[in-house]
Design a protein around this ligand. Sequence first.
Ligand code: F6R
Length: 591
Amino acid sequence: MCGIVGYVGSQDSVPILLEGLRRLEYRGYDSAGVAILNGQGLVVQKAAGKIAVLEGLLNGSKPRGTLGIAHTRWATHGEPTTVNAHPHVDCKGNIAVAHNGIIENYVTLRKKLEEEGHRFTTDTDTETIAHLIEKYFEGNLERAVAAALRHVTGTYGIAVIARDDPGKIVGARHGSPLVVGICDSEYVLASDVSAIIRHTNQVVYLDDEEMVVLTPQGIHTTTIREETVSKRVETVDWDLEKIEKAGYAHFMLKEIFEQPQSLRNTLRGRLLAEEGTSRLGGLNMSPAELRAITRVVITACGTSWHAGMIGEYLIEELARIPVEVEYASEFRYRNPILEPGTVVIAVSQSGETADTLAAMREAKRRGARVLGVCNVVGSTIARESGGGVYIHAGPEIGVASTKAFTSQVAALALELTRELESIPDKIERILAGADKVKAIARAYARHNNFLYLGRGYNFPVALEGALKLKEISYIHAEGYPAAEMKHGPIALIDENMPVVFICTQDSAYEKVLNNMEEVRARRGKIIAIASEGDEHVATKADHVLYIPRVLGPLTPLLSVVPLQLLAYYIAVERKCDVDQPRNLAKSVTVE
Ligand code: F6R
């Protein structure tokens, strides 16, 4: 959801900024730009399209300078054109701003600034910040930025430079992440650590309403009310290798194949198999506090919401505590009931999703205890929750979430200690059969609609399978509880409708077989995900993809994998941009 990078030091900033943008491209990729300070003053270059287009432009014009900022955009206000690309400048071409977030009061601010004589040239909310800083600028950039931000409502992570106060980058955040990488006499500012890790693993995370000034001499952190704050330098345990494709055609495929290992990492040190229990050190709750939980609310978005649904089934079945799963974007605005004894669990791969963060803050404001299930260490949700679990799936770069889903489910399933240990090996067995999925994908890639059906623990998997297909192949797909089909969706079925059944041998098996018959009777094409050894299902389905047998509640960890592969191979067959699907961004930091 927009990526920002800034560099100050002794090297030419342009290649460093471009490399940083490429690392952040998964956050948005509809247009990009850089602003450099050098002997000629402020040089701004922007281009609509992916970063490669900007790169081509810069290869031609070759601007150089040891200080600069850059941005890759996911449009919110204004079409993705070159004019609307960031950085945005003020009237005098003195100040340049790169922004991630949404300025909610920009219409009022813009009207007032226009009345005061400022000339706007773009349709964006961000340009308002440039003019607002211009209004307060009296030679010191950080003072002007602080003054401007005190008038802004909404969310921002910004990087600002000024020709008339050169030698520094000013960064500030409220609601959108910003991290500073600390190297020897050079500093990198970025939306996340993937743009920093090539330079250093020493980082400082900014908190909301904090600012930072970066110069070749060091960094200085304050609040936007200009009070000095001292920040802890933290060590990031990622390395460059983890954010490369490692020979795979796409990050998504790499991440699907990484699942045996990412799950081992999620489980490492947490399974006490002999005692048949698990250890979750980060919960920060005593056994008595855990026993006092009377209700759980899980809040999340997208794939993480699907993982949360499986969490609901697991916790209700195993712990017998009532659970509700709420879309974070709905939860925060509907006056939720949170009595004492309710624990709220925010599930988020990135830990930066604006809706999930807002839901979590709302729950905290109402006095609830909030736990986070996050992947990105140091992310805002992880830092602001009272405790929780890191899933340790490693960086997930593909926009379509895969390994985070299985690790989130595993973290929520830690009650099933012994059986969980067998899951990584079982996923390896499924991955070994990827070619069979590829062949099915080839046969069905030209269909325009798919239905995904499952029951019980496999119902959220049906939703997740449909989501994966929609987002990367642009095929319309719907997930339903298999038994709901007869209440409406059955009208869609004819010989052109492939139906993916998740039909493992659990308590609803016979019922799902009946649903399969209903589809067959209407000449729908059936792709079944079934338990190894189930030959009966092959008499009903056109294609069967087998998964190893496993305890019912853990089935989603296996049944989702062929669906991830199916979506992937269909998207490749349709020549879609798998890692950067249209209109999407990995980390949705706006509401
Ligand atoms: C789908 C996908 C999204 C995310 C959602 C929440 O493949 O990636 O639906 O799951 O935007 O993101 P996180 O988990 O980072 O909060």
